[in-house]
Every structure is written in C-alpha cells, then in structure tokens.
Design a binder for this molecule. Structure first.
Ligand code: NAX
Length: 331
C-alpha cells in the first residue's frame, strides 16, 4: 500500500475549503489508489466551524482518508505536509484601503512561510489561492528562502479553465476538445487571457481557435473582459464568490504539476519569473507551462504580437506595483 500524502488546506472552514477538502479526500488529485491525510488550518474565530468540517469528513467515510488534523496552530498544521494549498487570507472589506489588506496578508504569508520552511516535508509543493494570490506567493517565497522557488506557485488555473469554457460555449464544442489558451500575469482583472495559440480538436484535425471563431472583435474584446470579470459576475449571481470552480481548478493545478501535463498540452500557472517573454524576473507571474516529473517548465518560443505585448506588460506593471506595496508593508 502507498504511504499517505499529507495535504494542508488553510482557510479550510471557508467556502473554497468546504468544496476542496472532499475533493482531496475522494482522491480527485492523485487518484483512487493514493491514501491522503488532511491537515486543515483556520483561525480561532472559525475553530468551531472547522471542527464541523472535520465531523463531516468523518461522516462521509472516505476510504482514502487516513487521518484529519484540524487546528488553529500553524506549526501543527504545517508539520510533515507534502502539498500545501493556501486558501486562507484576509479579505478586502468595504471601505478598506488596499494597503491595509496587503499588510494583513503580508503578515499572514510571512508567518506561514516560516512554519512551512521549518516543518513541512522536504520538497513540499505550495499553491497559493488566497488573494492577492501572486503577491502572497511572492511574500511566501521571500520568507521561506530554503523552499526552492520552483515549489511555490499561485492559482490562475481557474482563469485558464474559464477561458476554455468561454471558447467551448461560443463554438458549441466539448470543453475537453479545447486546449492551449494562456493566462498571462496577475490573477486580477489585468490578467491577459490569450487565445492566439489555442486550438480545438475537430473531426478533421486540430484547428486554431482564431480560425474557428472568425469574429476578432469578440476574441479581442468581450472574450477577454468576460474572463477577466468572471469572478465579479459569479458574485453578482450567487452573492458569494466562486468556490466549487476555484476548488476544482486547484485540484487540476496540483494534479498536473505532480502527475504531468498531456503531451502537446500546456496549462497556466503563476510561477516565479525568470525573465521569459521579457516579463521582469522576480515576480510571480502566470505563464503557459508544461509539467513533467513533478516540475513545471515555462513554454518557450511562442510568438507575441503587439496587442498581446501591451497586455503582458500592463499586468506585469500591476504586479510590480503590488510587490512594492507589499514591501512597503514590511517596514
Ligand atoms: P472565505 O472567507 O469563505 O474563507 C477564507 C477562510 O480563511 C476563512 O475561514 C478564514 O477564517 C480563513 N483565514 C483567514 N485568515 C487565516 C489565517 N491567517 N490562517 C488560516 N486561515 C485563515 O473565502 P473563500 O471564498 O474560501 O476564498 C478564499 C480566498 O481565495 C480569498 O482570498 C479569495 O479572494 C481567493 N480566491 C482566489 C481565486 C484564485 O483563482 N486564485 C479564485 C477564488 C477566490 O476568490
């Protein structure tokens, strides 16, 4: 029998946590023959709710679930974990300044960075979901210098999946036949959903999305804004922010990272920039990546037209500003 893999989910008493933990316990990420142990962290005001989630995990009698740690102690939560999905954070409330929200999250991510660095399993993989996701991941990287930068990522797979979904709806094709969209940059409304290299599987072979959707005005306009604004549209409709789609996309992110992407297919991940595509090095920026043997690699050599270049730069500028804001919170 395989040794259990330990998953940490922070903010586990929240909305995304409630959708995510049963997916993990069912083996959605690593498959039906991989036992798991769940570590769930939340803050003291949510301790009772967190315990309720633990009770439900027991009640669901998941065969793969070999243990549950539900705690408000960050060290206990981080000890021995192989995969950390960081969903907990401080939300922006009405009337709050950006700097105040940033400052709260900087202090949360700083303390979780040192707990993970000291107590997680060697080679622990980290996925930051909580907003501002890219910058929270950057802070984590800065304050966990012994965790290799290749092990620290943030979630833009939800945006990637949203882009696949929009193309599939527009062309009335299966979403599984659409691939190789790209989300560039920040998980925010400046992100750039790029279809220039995306294709659709058709009975007569793979065809570029640009050829099948001949409406350039839609691809360069409404498609982009729909993906960028989808989070707000969900809030408007549901009165709560996206949760099941965020949880499912987090599972996709980890599964592809650990088990690898399919030949000929890439996905979007927020990763530490090495300067590829002239994106400033030292930002956590979403790129197209392929994964193999548990490591991601930025897809190289894609052509970037002038329209795209501006959008790649714009979202990089926003991330540089967020980075400065985060650093100003440290002093
Ligand atoms: P909720 O407010 O429902 O849950 C957040 C949970 O985190 C709460 O239970 C809270 O008590 C807990 N928490 C707060 N501080 C903590 C700390 N220091 N340690 C541990 N837990 C802590 O929010 P939810 O809807 O679940 O969203 C969670 C985060 O995901 C938010 O930051 C949200 O903005 C972000 N999102 C990111 C997405 C992405 O694609 N990257 C998409 C979905 C989502 O909007």
């Amino acid at each position: 029998a395989k040794e259990p893999v330990r998953f940490l989910v922070t903010g586990a008493a929240g909305q995304i946590g409630y959708a995510l933990v049963p997916m993990i316990a069912r083996g959605v990420i690593l498959g039906p023959d991989q036992p798991v142990i769940l570590h769930m962290l939340d803050i003291p005001p949510a301790a009772e709710a967190l315990n309720g989630v633990k009770m439900e995990l027991v009640d669901a009698a998941f065969p793969l679930l070999k243990g549950v740690v539900a705690t408000t102690d960050v060290i206990e939560a981080c000890t021995g974990v192989n995969i950390a999905i960081l969903v907990g954070g401080f939300p922006r409330k009405e009337g709050m300044e950006r700097k105040d929200v940033m400052s709260k999250n900087v202090s949360i991510y700083k303390s979780q960075a040192s707990a993970l660095e000291k107590h997680a399993a060697a080679n622990c993989k980290v996925l930051v979901v909580a907003n501002p996701a890219n910058t929270n991941a950057l802070i984590l990287k800065e304050f966990a210098p012994s965790i290799p930068e290749k092990n620290i990522t943030c979630l833009t797979r939800l945006d990637h999946n949203r882009a696949l979904g929009q193309i599939s709806e527009r062309l009335n094709v299966q979403v599984s036949d659409v691939k190789n969209v790209i989300i560039w940059g920040n998980h925010s409304s400046t992100q750039y959903p790029d279809v220039n290299h995306a294709t659709v599987k058709t009975p007569s072979g793979e065809k570029p999305v640009r050829e099948l959707v001949s409406d350039d005005a839609w691809l360069n306009g409404e498609f982009i804004t729909t993906v960028q604004q989808r989070g707000a549209a969900i809030i408007k409709a549901r009165k709560f922010s996206s949760a099941l789609s965020a949880a499912s996309s987090a599972c996709d992110h980890i599964r592809d990272w650990v088990l690898g992407t399919t030949e000929g297919t890439w996905v979007s991940m927020g990763v530490y920039s090495d300067g590829s595509y002239n994106v400033p090095a030292g930002l956590i920026y979403s790129f197209p990546v392929t994964c193999r043997n548990g490591e991601w690699k930025i897809v190289q050599g894609l052509s970037i037209d002038e329209f795209s270049r501006k959008k790649l730069d714009l979202t990089a500028e926003e991330l540089s500003e967020e980075k400065s804001l985060a650093y100003s919170c440290l002093s």
